[in-house]
Design a protein around this ligand. Structure first.
Ligand SMILES: Nc1ncnc2c1ncn2[C@@H]1O[C@H](COP(=O)(O)OP(=O)(O)OP(=O)(O)O)[C@@H](O)[C@H]1O
Ligand SMILES: [Mg+2]
Length: 328
């Protein structure tokens, strides 16, 4: 029989928060408790009130929602997805900032034509802001496409130095800035990251409300997702909040003719019943070609299977964000 009351450990696990955060929630919301029948010093918490808590929208005090693309496996479509979601959001009328936080600067090279950007420069990248050499707003380069605009903070290999800076200062820096940026003009801020869990990636995750994780359709990649969920738990321990929340996994470069892809999808859905997007992104040559054309796939090949899949993923992302979060 399912008990009406659960332990603090079970509640923390269900809510995905650290014990400190849970104690704060219990205190602030005066959650109903009972003493454990076997040990009066131990408290138990009403299962129903914990479930209600999880269903309550998360409160975000700023206009912008920050979403990081993250997976410590390489080549799983983080950059492609960051660009494609940013472009779909912008085409949908949202004000969008795309931050290239990956020192390999693939998003930057996929969008900026060479004459407008020098990879040798360390001005106008996150590193110069972190060192105090440039205000955040000065990093932003507007990129105008036919029907919409994406504002980009480019990257360069010099951002690598962030991994060698003091994590105690670097990791919370973006979060502190985003929380205090009350006149931010953006609806959505997307951050592209490297395949690692170093200081720079932690800075992006800790600064985010949500994390989306693209997963390649193979068994090892699916097994690797557990590392991301642990990493996000560590990030939440730092923020002492429900952020960053895992918005979801999706399968990238999906080939429906291959059994291994279908098996990977089934395994992922069984492991994370609430956290897998319905949309899968097919392996599509138009998606692969778009970086060479310095434009997102929704512009270079709007009717391609890849562009349509990203449109559907963006719709799901937006719905999930709006369902999960309200402005405080
Ligand atoms: N749906 C797709 N169909 C075809 N090619 C794709 C698709 N998605 C990504 N690619 C290609 O796969 C390669 C890796 O994609 P991408 O750079 O987005 O991955 P990544 O996760 O950002 O890699 P890294 O870990 O190195 O940062 C790129 O050449 C990209 O063009
Ligand atoms: Mg990348």
């Amino acid at each position: 029989m399912i008990s009406e009351y659960i332990t603090a450990t079970e509640a923390c696990e269900f809510l995905g928060v650290a014990p400190d955060t849970f104690r704060r929630i219990v205190r602030d919301l005066s959650l109903p408790t009972v003493n454990d029948p076997t040990d009066a010093r131990v408290k138990r918490y009403s299962r129903a009130s914990i479930i209600t808590l999880k269903q309550r929208p998360l409160q975000i005090p700023t206009k912008h929602r920050v979403i990081t693309l993250s997976n410590n496996k390489g080549g799983v479509s983080k950059t492609t997805t960051a660009i494609s979601l940013a472009a779909q959001a912008a085409a949908d009328g949202c004000r969008v900032l795309l931050i290239d936080a990956a020192p390999q600067a693939s998003a930057t090279h996929s969008l900026l034509v060479d004459s407008t950007w020098s990879a040798e420069s360390d001005h106008g990248i996150l590193l110069s802001w972190l060192k105090g050499d440039a205000p955040f707003q000065e990093l932003i380069k507007p990129i105008r496409f036919k029907d919409f605009q994406i504002d980009l903070i480019p990257s360069s290999p010099k951002n690598d130095q962030i991994d060698r800076s003091n994590p105690l200062e670097a990791v919370p820096a973006l979060r502190e800035f985003f929380e205090s940026w009350h006149d931010s003009p953006y609806d959505y801020i997307f951050i592209d990251t490297d395949p690692s869990f170093g200081t720079l990636v932690s800075m992006a995750q800790v600064g985010s409300h949500f994390v989306i994780c693209p997963v390649q359709a193979d068994v090892l990649s699916v097994d690797g997702t557990i590392q991301l969920t642990r990493q996000l738990q560590r990030a939440r321990n730092l923020t002492k909040s429900q952020f960053p929340t895992l918005l979801g996994f999706f399968l990238s470069r999906f080939d429906s003719r291959r059994r291994v892809c279908k098996e990977a999808l089934d395994t992922l859905r069984a492991a994370y019943p609430d956290s897998v997007f319905e949309t899968v992104i097919p392996d599509n040559v138009r998606v692969m070609e778009s970086p060479g054309q310095k434009a997102p796939v929704n512009l270079t090949a709007p009717d391609s299977k890849g562009a349509l899949a990203y449109k559907s993923l963006w719709k799901e992302v937006r719905e999930r964000v709006e369902r999960t979060a309200t402005s405080a």
